[in-house]
Design a protein around this ligand. Structure first.
Ligand SMILES: Cc1cc2nc3c(=O)[nH]c(=O)nc-3n(C[C@H](O)[C@H](O)[C@H](O)COP(=O)(O)OP(=O)(O)OC[C@H]3O[C@@H](n4cnc5c(N)ncnc54)[C@H](O)[C@@H]3O)c2cc1C
Length: 372
């Protein structure tokens, strides 16, 4: 019987065959791809059946996402789905009330609603707990004011998990999460254009006296720090599962090319400088996969894996970027052409060194675990 990874590769390579070059050029969200993935079950993979998900364990979920990266060349679509899944669905599942889970999870799993996670601000990036967006309680409502930056999916989102502070003087203890629906008066989204992952929409959000009902608070007042650090552990550990599949796809493509492209009367793969690049690509791919699975195994056992999540994020993102650079080099001038689709892979990969905590922040986390 085919594994979940094999089944996902088959689905993705047959059904997600949109013209990504054109979508990328136009910075267009791949809604048709989103709907096909929802139907296949990607958006609800780790969510229990009772909320409309597939109820898959974490290892199965990550292997399916790995297969998606192998079979689908639209890294922007994959990124949009990952942001939806790890940074909104999972926090609702873990911290939501029974009503919030019933109201949102089935629609999020079926892809009827698109979700975004808004914590970064123009002045608060890596130093995220210095965020300035405020939430002031007035009776049964909170009044939200502030700006959110770099929000993936924001221009197409139906539901946005917004983090604000109920008490700026309390630092991280004041941070609180709110589930904000897109048509809330006072909420405005401005689209942002970017280098890669251009089929995933990104926006800046302005909240101007937005009135959010108390039942839309996620978790307790001041519980946002716990929600964010929980979702960061999952996001850092899992968001690049598909990148492992992407690297596998690119390595296969490079191997095929190195075996067939002839120069100086022989396949370029016979030159040691090219074959050693391919060996390095293989080594980085397998190390990346091992760290991904290490994270999955720990979570499967119900253990904390903040260190392993940071290591997986750091290793996979750095490996992915290097893999794209090597792929371009192995393809020579052709690798530089848009129609060869490797320059887009590189632009897409570069973002992974920035989102969910930059590579420097992952290094800092690992250093802290080492007692530094
Ligand atoms: C493609 C993409 C998607 C994103 N999606 C979302 C999203 O959906 N929601 C959301 O809220 N945010 C999102 N972000 C924002 C992302 O989380 C931030 O860009 C990231 O946390 C870094 O913040 P910053 O850009 O303000 O950089 P800064 O924090 O200003 O960092 C600038 C530089 O300084 C370095 N630096 C900062 N502090 C330290 C330190 N202590 N030690 C060493 N070096 C340091 C950084 O590593 C970086 O190199 C996204 C970003 C990108 C690129």
């Amino acid at each position: 019987m085919a594994t979940i990874k094999e089944r996902t590769i088959e689905f993705a390579s047959i059904q997600l065959d949109a013209n990504i070059i054109e979508l990328d050029r136009q910075e267009k969200f791949n809604r048709a791809g989103w709907d096909k993935c929802s139907k296949f079950g990607i958006l609800g993979l780790p969510i229990p059946l009772e909320y409309g998900g597939s109820g898959a364990d974490i290892m199965t979920t990550l292997q399916a996402l790995e297969g998606l990266g192998c079979g689908c060349k639209d890294n922007g679509l994959i990124f949009a789905m990952n942001a939806h899944l790890w940074a909104v669905e999972l926090p609702i599942l873990t911290f939501g009330t029974a009503d919030q889970k019933q109201k949102y999870l089935p629609k999020l799993c079926q892809g009827e609603m698109i979700a975004a996670h808004a914590i970064s601000e123009p002045e608060a990036g890596s130093d995220i707990y210095s965020l300035k967006t405020t939430a002031v309680r007035e009776g049964d409502n909170y009044i939200l004011n502030g700006r959110k930056m770099f929000v993936t999916n924001a221009p197409v989102a139906d539901l946005i998990l917004v983090f604000a502070t109920v008490e700026p003087l309390q630092g991280k203890k004041g941070i609180t999460g709110f589930l904000v629906e897109k048509d809330l008066p006072g909420l405005a989204v401005k689209s942002l254009s970017k280098m890669g992952l251009r089929t995933a929409m990104m926006g800046e959000i302005t909240l101007n006296n937005c009135q959010v009902q108390i039942e839309n608070r996620l978790g307790r007042e001041g519980g946002g720090f716990g929600i964010f650090s929980h979702s960061m552990e999952w996001e850092r550990g899992a968001i690049l599962a598909s990148a492992v599949g992407t690297m596998e796809r690119l390595l296969k493509r490079c191997l095929d090319y190195a075996k067939t492209r002839q120069q100086f009367g022989q396949p370029i793969g016979k030159f040691q400088l090219i074959s050693s690049k391919l060996v390095e690509m293989k080594m980085r791919l397998e190390t990346a996969r091992a760290l991904l699975y290490q994270f999955a195994e720990l979570k499967q056992m119900g253990k904390a894996a903040h260190l392993e999540a940071a290591m997986a994020k750091l290793q996979i993102s750095e490996a992915w970027v290097q893999c794209c650079l090597d792929a371009i080099q192995i393809h020579g001038g052709y690798g530089y052409l848009t129609e060869f689709e490797l320059e887009r892979e590189l632009r897409d990969a570069l973002g992974s060194k920035l989102y969910s905590g930059t590579s420097e922040i992952q290094q800092q986390t690992i250093a802290q675990f080492m007692g530094l």
